[in-house]
Design a protein. Structure first.
Lengths: 207, 207
């Protein structure tokens, strides 16, 4: 299929925040930004993640479009429960997809480049499905909690306090503008940050 | 219709960023946050806006769900062109709707309260339509340019420089993560901010 067809599945130009599912033997989910530019699509995966290991080995994965803040936050810090996956048969393999996605696209990796910290691949769409989905108005609380999760991963990597301030600002917007599902996602995120703080401070519980 | 039915039209709990269309004689569009809480919906409109005057007079308007950043930014600073409106007949009146909305809901105002700066109304849905729409992955550049437009209106009201810094931060995300339509919206926003700056500095062009 052509890259231009991806407009129909919600993966448009710019960076699309999607949830990658991968791992033929042990399915795994993680939020990733796919980069689409000049009708080419790229993914960058950092070393140390399960997604990196799976995609490096199998060179195939699915990008799942969803607006569910709980799925984004949960998959940022741990794997999703089995009940969130379904499988699409392809060349005698079962590719894991997100069950309740708005759409899912299976990509094959080409032109893989490795750097010290990451791998970058140009990716080629080979199968796509759009599922029934309701419209949803823009909710500032939704993007804010996803932004907060991104800041949390940066805090986890660096231990720099300014990310905690940014998380606070984002979650203020989530508690003001979000619906219940956004607030539930914020609660999970706050718990995770509590755990990360303990790790950052050298495994000592400072409370 | 019941408020709970609005889930199907994308107006869920929390604050939905939609574009209000109103004005039977002279249709007008403006971005507004609708507040849905405990299955009641409210709107707050600030004095001095065309939307405020129309809704105060006619007590009816449409909320249009869209993810188009150009419509959000254009309607923040001026009215949309005629070609963006269509009309729904209701009790021998033609209610303006946004032509390319994902969904549109017509509301009637009840329980109107006036304060020194604004009016607040509980609003009752009386007609709703969902149109064909494509899925769209979350794009941080999209929400960032809408956030920037919100900061720009606050800068226009207050002249406080910190809003300019916040706009810069948002637009950095838009240029990094947005697609062409988000970047076009950012360009329009930057032009508008240029004009606002001249007004804030007392009508003097400081360049």
């Amino acid at each position: 299929m052509e890259v231009s067809e991806l407009d129909k599945y919600g993966i448009c130009d710019g960076i699309s925040e999607i949830i990658v599912t991968c791992g033929i033997e042990n399915p795994n989910a993680a939020p990733i930004g796919l980069i689409r530019k000049d009708n080419r699509i790229f993914i960058r995966l950092y070393k140390g993640s399960t997604t990196y290991e799976n995609v490096k080995l199998e060179k195939i994965f699915a990008a799942n479009v969803t607006c569910d803040p709980l799925l984004f936050v949960k998959s940022t810090f741990s794997n999703l429960e089995d009940e969130n996956f379904k499988y699409h048969p392809l060349n005698s393999q079962n590719i894991p997809l997100l069950k309740n996605s708005v759409s899912s696209v299976i990509f094959r990796c080409e032109e893989i480049k490795h750097t010290e910290q990451a791998m970058t691949a140009e990716i080629i769409p080979i199968y796509a499905v759009a599922n029934y989905h309701r419209p949803k108005a823009i909710n500032r609380g939704l993007t804010a909690v996803i932004e907060a999760a991104i800041h949390a991963t940066r805090y986890e990597l660096t231990g720099i306090d300014k990310f905690l301030d940014l998380i606070d600002q984002c979650l203020e917007t989530t508690y003001k503008c979000g619906g219940q599902r956004e607030k539930d996602a914020a609660e999970i995120l706050l718990n995770e940050i509590g755990e990360i703080k303990k790790l950052v401070s050298g495994g000592k519980d400072t409370e």
